[in-house]
Design a protein around this ligand. Structure first.
Ligand code: C5P
Length: 231
């Protein structure tokens, strides 16, 4: 009997967001009447695609229990880790009794609240029959330079360079195994890089440019503009 895979969402939300220079982690900054994290989770929950959304939260986080969404029956809380990859692994472990090896997991940054249902659908439709999985990504419109010590040492071939976004969609068993094997490896800055180390070739699916990651103070008004445009 063939098993129809279920879909799970994993949201790493245990970062401090130092580059925002704010009084609280960036996922708790307010954006159009809600926190960044509430926007992100509501976008994922509204798709009704996921069996559960597993959210990695810092153990010292006083803000999470105050949000109504933390009590949503489709939302699980896992302890965050030192690096993003540790937080993702912890959120995967939290669903280990329920998820099957072949189930799909979509890992999405808490700091990307402008993700659209259309992009989630596109990623799933493009990859559901794929062996490995893949990620939303953006091609670069700018010419890209390789720089050492403040000087340009080369120009990269733009045709081969894509910017990795999230969600990143992989099979539960393989993703967990790849992240377990790469604990402490600084080269693993997203899920795809963990699978690449195993010799796999994740696909890219061109996503929307408004799926920005809130990183610096100037990103907040931009995210607000995109959220309002999307409504
Ligand atoms: O810092 P950066 O923007 O790259 O973080 C991407 C995402 O990973 C954010 O949603 C952040 O909360 C999360 N993260 C985490 N655990 C860490 C570091 C980052 O869940 N230790």
């Amino acid at each position: 009997m063939t098993h129809t895979p279920s879909y799970w969402a994993v949201v790493p939300a245990a970062g401090v967001g130092k580059r925002m220079q704010a009084d609280r982690p960036k996922q708790y900054l307010e954006l159009v009447g809600k926190t960044v994290l509430e926007h992100t989770l509501s976008r994922l929950l509204q798709t009704k695609v996921f069996s559960a959304v597993s959210v990695a939260i810092s153990v010292e986080d006083p803000y999470w229990p105050e949000l109504a969404v933390s009590k949503n029956e489709c939302v699980l809380t896992a302890p965050g880790g030192k690096e993003r990859a540790d937080s993702v692994l912890s959120a995967l472990q939290a669903i280990s009794g329920r998820a099957s090896e072949q189930d799909w997991v979509l890992v999405h940054d808490a700091a990307r609240p402008c993700i659209t249902a259309a992009d989630i659908r596109l990623l799933i439709d493009s990859l559901q029959d794929d062996e490995v999985g893949g990620i939303l990504a953006l091609s670069s419109h700018d010419t890209l330079k390789s720089v050492e010590g403040g000087s340009i040492v080369g120009t990269l071939d733009r045709a081969h360079i894509w910017r990795a976004l999230t969600p990143q969609m992989f099979r539960y068993g393989r993703l967990k195994q790849a992240l377990e094997a790469s604990v402490g490896n600084p080269a693993v800055t997203d899920e795809a890089s963990a699978l690449e180390l195993f010799g796999m070739r994740p696909k890219i699916v061109e996503g929307r440019p408004d799926n920005i990651k809130i990183t610096r103070p100037e990103d907040l008004p931009l995210a607000q503009f995109y959220l309002e445009q999307q409504q």
